[in-house]
Design a binder for this molecule. Sequence first.
Ligand code: F6R
Length: 681
Amino acid sequence: MCGIFGYINYLVERDRQFIIDTLLNGLSRLEYRGYDSAGMAVDGDKKNEVQAFKEVGKVAKLRELIAESKPDMTKSFESHAGISHTRWATHGTPTRQNCHPHRSDANWEFAVVHNGIITNYKELKALLESKGFRFETETDTECIAKLAKYLYDQHPDIEFTVLAKAVIKELEGAFGLLLKVPPLVIGVRTSKKMKVDFVDVEYSEEGALPAEQASQNAAIKKSSASLLAPPDKSLLHRSQSRAFLSDDGIPQPAEFFLSSDPSAIVEHTKKVLYLEDDDIAHIHEGQLNIHRLTKDDGTSNVRTIQTIELELQEIMKGKFDHFMQKEIFEQPESVVNTMRGRLDAVNKKVTLGGLRQYISTIRRCRRIIFIACGTSYHSCMAVRGVFEELTEIPIAVELASDFLDRQAPVFRDDTCVFVSQSGETADSLMALRYCLERGALTVGVVNVVGSSISLLTHCGVHINAGPEIGVASTKAYTSQFVAMVMFALSLSEDRASKAKRREEIMEGLAKISEQFREILKLNESIKDMCAKFFKDQKSLLLLGRGAQFPTALEGALKIKEISYLHCEAVMSGELKHGVLALVDENLPIIMILTRDNLFTKSLNAYQQVIARGGRPIVICNPEDPEFSSAQTEKIAVPKTVDCLQGLLNVIPLQLVSYWLAVGEGLNVDFPRNLAKSVTVE
Ligand code: F6R
């Protein structure tokens, strides 16, 4: 999905080579999000001139294009602002023309990069066209640059922040701009220590105005809803951002790195601040000011400058060939991180700090609805059984898009749990807003701290899996699973009848990491198995039952998305109702047959497959006498508590998908047509 990176140096001399390299490196850190083209705008050789470079394909191709264009790389700038972007096409095909940055006019008076979607762009475009603007692209973004120019031409004395506010007021949708990005992170590097570790938020001063002026302001505000009248700049309160001033009040040399993602910033600085929804950050002459349109909207009046703990090596591949592989192998640690400080396996206690205030309300709710997409949806399905069992609360599991399509009924006494690795998935976010509007209690289970879902939900659990860079979600799945099991354990803490079962599950969780390590030792044999049984196949069937059906679904999704092999997950009990017709001695089949209370029923399906000449590969527990024959192809996984078995069973399937894709020579980390963070409907 689109990524944004900006770099500003103030009183820190940098040549064009440095600036362009910084932007290109920033973009390459965002590559994992998925994109189809990239572009940047930097200052030109003459005053007020802009040089823009745009290219379809990878950041490396943009780098080549820049080299071919031979800009004067030695030209140096004492102060400079550069913006760049990776685009994932939504409005208009991936072409150079549609690449960001987009411009207001041939002189690039306003240049913009944008992440998200402008839903009212057609109306804005029609209006601006009627005012004489000629659009050059098919994008929704272009209207932002043109709108800025139009407003500016009406009010040439307008301050930039006032203009930005007026532009933003007109935009509908979910958008982050340079200009402004939710969630935008700003990294700051100064040579001297900053005076304070926060930045004040500035508001329109409506509240402080005398009545007459306040009503005047209201009138202005009203009219500013039309394009013709941006708010009056005299009504804005201005304060200095103390962090960047010296003792005598003079701005210090400073560099600012702006990105949609901290992973593009950590190599430059650890000092970052996160913007909240509707914040407008204005960087001018070495000062960073944060503005908001209204004062009493419940947000804090400072934005803290934090030190991020993310290390660059955390986002690098290390000894692995692909991020996906690295992330599969990280799972023994990532699940431990999910449980760290939360699961006390000795004293049999679970503490989820982010839910503490709400846990008794959730216990009393009438229904829990899990809402998610893709892999995150599968993790919800995987824990549904244990939630029902431990909490005895009715549980629904919904795909966010379908839930919205149906406009499903939601009530005040519902608890809606939004599960998302990125915390930015558009369908999940829209479903969240839908549930908030209906007064439900909302809980977020997310990986990315500071993501929209984590900010908008009433409470939640961070799964703490660490950055997941491969587009195919792996460690986030197992961490979501573990986090949600802990959630169910917390909810059932007061149930004496469940005490024994809870203890059993906690003991199981405590051993999971070690069992992951055991399974990962199967890596080589799974690689061989893939080459032997699945090479050049057209289709693959995955069978599971009960809690292992979600495992089969997740395995099938992984195989489809990475290796482009058609793979279907079927609930074993449904086999006889149609799918059995597919089974013969040629169709590759994987059956999940670890022991649980449905084992006998699952065996029926196995027999049905064998009877049709099928030769399934079986995921089973070690030394299961049922599968002792040397002819049976097996992947043996350790046994755990039934409701946790899916955590273990999914790992061989992740490895199967990985080796299938590698065997086909495919780009494992960036599968075609997919993006890491799906911020469009
Ligand atoms: C598959 C995958 C996707 C995501 C889905 C939701 O490997 O990663 O199916 O799970 O797009 O994304 P999040 O979890 O970020 O909401």
